[in-house]
Design a protein around this ligand. Structure first.
Ligand SMILES: *[C@@H]1O[C@H](CO)[C@@H](O)[C@H](O)[C@H]1NC(C)=O
Ligand SMILES: *[C@@H]1O[C@H](CO)[C@@H](O)[C@H](O)[C@H]1NC(C)=O
Ligand SMILES: *[C@@H]1O[C@H](CO)[C@@H](O)[C@H](O)[C@H]1NC(C)=O
Ligand SMILES: *[C@@H]1O[C@H](CO)[C@@H](O)[C@H](O)[C@H]1NC(C)=O
Ligand SMILES: *[C@@H]1O[C@H](CO)[C@@H](O)[C@H](O)[C@H]1NC(C)=O
Ligand SMILES: *[C@@H]1O[C@H](CO)[C@@H](O)[C@H](O)[C@H]1NC(C)=O
Ligand SMILES: *[C@@H]1O[C@H](CO)[C@@H](O)[C@H](O)[C@H]1NC(C)=O
Ligand SMILES: *[C@@H]1O[C@H](CO)[C@@H](O)[C@H](O)[C@H]1NC(C)=O
Ligand SMILES: *[C@@H]1O[C@H](CO)[C@@H](O)[C@H](O)[C@H]1NC(C)=O
Ligand SMILES: *[C@@H]1O[C@H](CO)[C@@H](O)[C@H](O)[C@H]1NC(C)=O
Length: 853
């Protein structure tokens, strides 16, 4: 059946076979690829370095007999109970649910504290009254007071808000393995907002100040419509009171400009509070001042406003906004030198109890990166509200400071409310994940954000309150840090600008417990190590007087070269003991025995043997008569040479017969055989390199003598030229000349002056022997006269024939004509007398005038 079918459609069968072959091949390739991708476990000789290699496991079995203790985890090379193969493990320690959008207000219950504040609109106040009943009992103790006590109370309540989940995770991770952790974020409704307004109060900002004090209420109202839990603070700055920033003429020091107050560095006018009335008052009462140069000391102010957490009153759980408004540039680190200030900024808080910056003239301005670091540490969002002329400068600054943004402030600051609202919306509608993983730990974020496709990003935009976004944090330990103290570390993942973190307690699986005292695999004076060493993860760590795999060798007994393994190895690079052909026993090689007693491995590193020499005709060193094998090389007996002793040492066989140079001088004698050389005429050949492809041989030379001796013709036929000139040989006559290839015979063929072909051959074995054909081969004689006569005769004959033919034809023709004539004559109906052509010889004419008389 099958046979029949296959015969019927062999093509289909072929196709199937072909496809199967291709499939098999690709499978094979895949397998090969897989193998090549897998790291080599084999070379690892310590447990810790083994498990630091991806997908390798360690075998702790004492007296392990396999290839390598470090092996591919999925191959069964070791009894289950001895395998140490730590796995990536994740444990979620704290996983509080995200605060839902609506419950955000309730969680912000601490805001009830500002129920006592004066500036709350009726609607929202009643809402707070309601929620305060459910809030913590601490609310009573904080009513009315806005000190540090208040802020502590606020943080306690707002700590209930959860915007990131999970909060704490314990992760055990192998090197190079990737682990995906899911992080969820959702913006809680009514999340607390702290807004600190930092204002440049140089003279040019005077009108802005007026507007701002009026806008204070509106600002707080607007923010309150976004979040119920809102606090406002105010501070101002001018510049360092030093030349050249500020005029230090005595008069100007007190009143740099008309109705101006004395210049100052930075002044915290109002700590964060819900009291917007106070905000307006403070802004109004703040006096403008004057300075000399265009850039201002805003960086000093930013640094203090961030560093002085207590004095400013930043809450722990709140979105922190720092609105920085100015119409000028800024001084930064290094500019202090102009005023003689060289001490660098220390990033600490230096505020007097009255809120003045005390180190203004002692420390330099902070650098941009110092500001950025502080901003990152404190999760603050800076909004640079600057006039249009400065916008491009601050736009660049934004790129350097995390979570900051810049916006254009109208010249009288009238748009500040819109601006803050917009920037807040921008900040709060986006979330960016950051972490403090360093060096060897790599975290990559993936998210599909709101609806999009999953991609690598740590930032999502256009979020609304309560909308949950998930990030996948892919954590990977690239390599184990050198300091074992870094093997456990805490990494925080948090959204930029929000003081909530997901804490990852990362434990890198870099070490094996069995390498440390006190664990199961660690045993001092272990029996498996001959009681001379410590068994660690199955490996013996011998004391100083012993060595060997199980510490079986005593250093006293053996004269050591470089320790146990080294003395059994050729150099530091080789990885096998005793060239792989012996066992290293206490520092000396014991070479393996062969099944054939004739074959012996020898040498201190078992590097020699007497059976792996070159063979000739399957005989080791061409047989015992020619040579013997010694450590891979043939030692030849006298009279023999060559790598396999196959060659005779003498050159006799290369001598041409009859003496002469070796190989006729056209070659060298190698192993008793001529190796002919090549010259411009070509390669010499023949047993003794006597033949030359373009040389004509001796044919021409011998020709004349052969001719005269054999046929008595040629140039030497006259007189006794032949006898005189041809003495070297006497040709032997043969019937037919045939060349025997094996006898080195040369064939010569010539045509003589009679066009007769004659052949002879010669050979030079010792003496010159010539055999010549007895009879020349001449072409038959031709009679030229006959041919000529023949031709003439033929021409005559042909002419005659043509004449005869012509005669015949004309005769026939004539006869036919005559016959026709006859016929026509017969047919004529007239007599001879009536010949129509006949005319009477006489003519008669009548004269009409003659009337018959
Ligand atoms: C968290 O939310 C899940 C489902 O949304 C709910 O089953 C679980 O009870 C919640 N846990 C707490 C502690 O509220
Ligand atoms: C963030 O909140 C924690 C308590 O939840 C607090 O200890 C820490 O100081 C806060 N960090 C900042 C920068 O406010
Ligand atoms: C801001 O002040 C200018 C005059 O300085 C005034 O014309 C403008 O109406 C004020 N804007 C607001 C919003 O009060
Ligand atoms: C956010 O929404 C605005 C308008 O709704 C749109 O123009 C913008 O492209 C969105 N951004 C992202 C990142 O989706
Ligand atoms: C990350 O930050 C946390 C909290 O500030 C700190 O305990 C931890 O050591 C930091 N981790 C790294 C790797 O710096
Ligand atoms: C090999 O080891 C010896 C002794 O341990 C050392 O002196 C030598 O420099 C090493 N050579 C190489 C190439 O590593
Ligand atoms: C050992 O290996 C290194 C690098 O592969 C090489 O430079 C060195 O010459 C080797 N030493 C010996 C003795 O072969
Ligand atoms: C190898 O050496 C051994 C001992 O020297 C000897 O008995 C044996 O015949 C040798 N074998 C050969 C093939 O030379
Ligand atoms: C054989 O000839 C070679 C050159 O072809 C020469 O080097 C060698 O010495 C000769 N050997 C003897 C034994 O004459
Ligand atoms: C024959 O030999 C003589 C001298 O040996 C020489 O002069 C003569 O040229 C030779 N003849 C030919 C035809 O080679």
């Amino acid at each position: 059946m099958i046979l029949q079918r296959s015969r019927r459609c062999p093509l289909a069968l072929l196709l199937v076979v072909l496809l199967a072959a291709i499939a098999g091949q690709t499978d094979g390739q895949k397998a090969a690829n897989l193998n090549s991708n897998q790291p080599a476990c084999g070379g690892k000789d310590k447990c810790s370095s083994c498990i630091q290699t991806e997908s390798c496991a360690w075998c702790m079995q004492p007296g392990f007999k396999g290839q390598s203790r470090c092996f591919q985890a999925n191959s069964n090379q070791c009894p289950e109970e001895f395998v140490y193969n730590p796995r990536t493990d994740v444990q979620i320690l704290l996983n509080k649910n995200l605060t839902l959008a609506s419950t955000g207000y309730a969680a912000g219950g601490g805001a009830a504290g500002y129920g006592g504040g004066a500036q709350i609109s009726g609607g929202s106040s009643s809402f707070y009254q309601e929620s305060s009943s459910s809030s913590s009992s601490s609310s009573s103790s904080m009513s009315g007071s806005y000190g540090s006590q208040y802020s502590a109370g606020m943080s306690a309540s707002s700590a209930d808000i959860v915007q990131i989940m999970p909060q704490s995770v314990k992760l055990q991770l192998r090197v190079n393995e990737k682990h995906n952790l899911k992080v969820s974020y959702s913006q809680a409704g009514g999340y607390p907002v702290d807004l600190y307004y930092l204002m440049d109060l140089s003279k040019s900002m005077e009108d802005d100040k007026e507007n701002l004090s009026e806008l204070g209420d509106k600002l707080s109202e607007t923010m309150r419509s976004i979040t119920s839990n809102f606090r406002l603070g105010f501070g101002s700055f001018v510049d360092k009171v030093l030349m050249p920033y500020v005029s230090t003429i005595k008069k100007n020091l007190n009143e740099p400009c008309e109705k101006c107050s004395a210049p100052y560095g930075y002044h915290n006018a109002m700590a964060l509070s819900t009291d917007t009335y106070k905000f307006s008052q403070e802004v109004k009462s703040a006096k403008v001042s004057g300075n000399l140069d265009a850039p201002e000391g805003g960086f000093d102010a930013i640094m203090q406003a961030i560093a002085c957490r207590q004095q400013i009153g930043w809450r722990e759980q709140a979105r922190r906004l720092l609105v920085f408004s100015t119409d000028a540039g800024f001084h930064y680190a290094g500019d202090g030198k102009l005023g003689g200030v060289i001490a660098p900024n220390d990033g600490e808080c230096h505020l007097s109890p009255l809120g003045d910056y005390t180190h203004s003239t002692e420390q330099d301005y902070p650098s941009i990166s110092q500001i950025n670091q502080k901003v990152k540490d404190n999760a603050i969002n800076i909004i640079f509200a600057v006039t249009a002329s400065q916008y491009s400068v601050y736009q660049k600054l934004v790129g350097q400071i995390q979570g900051s943004s810049a916006a254009i402030l109208s010249s009288d600051s009238s748009n500040v409310v819109d601006l803050v609202r917009e920037e807040y919306a921008k900040i709060s509608s986006s979330v960016e994940m950051k972490d403090n993983a360093t060096g060897d730990v790599k975290i990559t974020y993936f998210s599909s954000c709101v609806h999009g496709p999953e991609m690598q990003t740590s930032k999502c935009d256009n979020l609304t309150v309560g909308q949950q976004v998930s990030f996948t944090a892919q954590i990977q330990v690239l390599k184990c840090p050198e300091d074992p103290r870094d093997w456990t570390q805490t990494i925080n993942i948090s959204p930029v600008g929000i003081n909530e973190t997901m804490q990852i307690q990362l434990e890198m699986l870099c070490a094996c417990p069995c390498e440390k005292p006190g664990s199961i695999g660690y045993q001092e004076h272990s029996k498996s190590c001959s009681e001379h060493g410590t068994s660690m993860c199955g490996i013996c760590n011998c004391d100083e007087n012993h060595f060997g795999n199980i510490c079986e060798c005593s250093a006293m007994d053996v004269t050591l070269k470089n320790g146990n393994d080294a003395s059994c190895r050729a150099d530091n690079n080789s990885t096998t003991d005793c060239s792989g052909r012996g066992n290293c026993v206490c520092g000396a090689c014991e070479c393996f025995k062969r099944s054939n007693p004739e074959e012996v491995i020898s040498g201190p590193l078992c590097e020699c043997d007497n059976f792996s020499c070159e063979r000739n005709k399957n005989q080791l060193c061409s047989g015992p008569d020619h040579g013997t094998c010694d450590c891979g090389r043939c030692i030849c007996k006298p009279g023999w040479t060559g790598s396999s002793c196959a060659c005779q040492a003498s050159n006799d066989t290369c001598m041409p017969p009859g003496g002469g140079e070796i190989c006729s001088g056209h070659g060298t004698c190698e192993c008793g055989v001529c190796k002919c050389t090549v010259n411009e005429q070509g390669r010499f050949s023949g047993r003794h390199c006597e033949k030359c492809p373009t040389c004509s041989g001796r044919c021409q030379e011998l020709k004349d003598c052969v001719q005269c001796q054999m046929y008595k013709t040629g140039v030497l036929k006259n007189g006794d030229d032949c006898a005189r000139n041809c003495t070297a040989f006497v040709p032997v006559g043969v019937e037919k000349v045939e060349v025997d290839e094996h006898k080195d015979e040369q064939m010569c063929t010539f045509f003589d002056e009679d066009d007769c072909k004659f052949m002879f051959k010669y050979s030079e074995q010792g003496e010159l022997i010539v055999h010549a054909q007895e009879e020349k081969e001449c072409p038959p004689k031709v009679f030229m006269l006959g041919i000529v006569l023949g031709v003439i005769a033929a021409i005559v004959l042909v002419g005659l024939a043509i004449l005869l033919l012509w005669k015949l034809l004309t005769t026939i023709h004539d006869r036919r004509e005559f016959a026709r004539f006859e016929k026509e004559r017969m047919n004529a109906k007239w007599d001879t007398g009536e010949n129509p052509i006949y005319k009477q010889a006489t003519s008669t004419f009548k004269n009409p005038m003659y009337a018959g008389k």
